[in-house]
Ligand binder design. Sequence first.
Ligand code: SF4
Length: 101
Amino acid sequence: MSVAACGKTSAKPVPGSRSGASRLCRSPHQEESMKIRIDKPACVGNARCAAVSAELFPLDDDGYIAVSEIAVPPGMEQLARRGARACPERIIVIEEDVAKS
Ligand code: SF4
């Protein structure tokens, strides 16, 4: 059994959550989402991310990543994770359970 910072308990971690605690303590008015952050200046332009999802990882005319921050639409979380893993430069960071306000 895990105990969250707010004192609520859970028999097992919430799937997809690192600890399960953040979901237990979140206000019912907040939604969770995923964000991608990319160290754009470090991109070498090999397009591995775009090969996974051109929609999530748009490239500029020269083949480099065109954005530094992406809000992942619901249902595209797995593609986001795969795209991050595909980057050989390891410059794509996934931020899970980002609360929308
Ligand atoms: S996989 Fe990484 S280095 Fe390659 S284009 Fe995408 S962000 Fe840039």
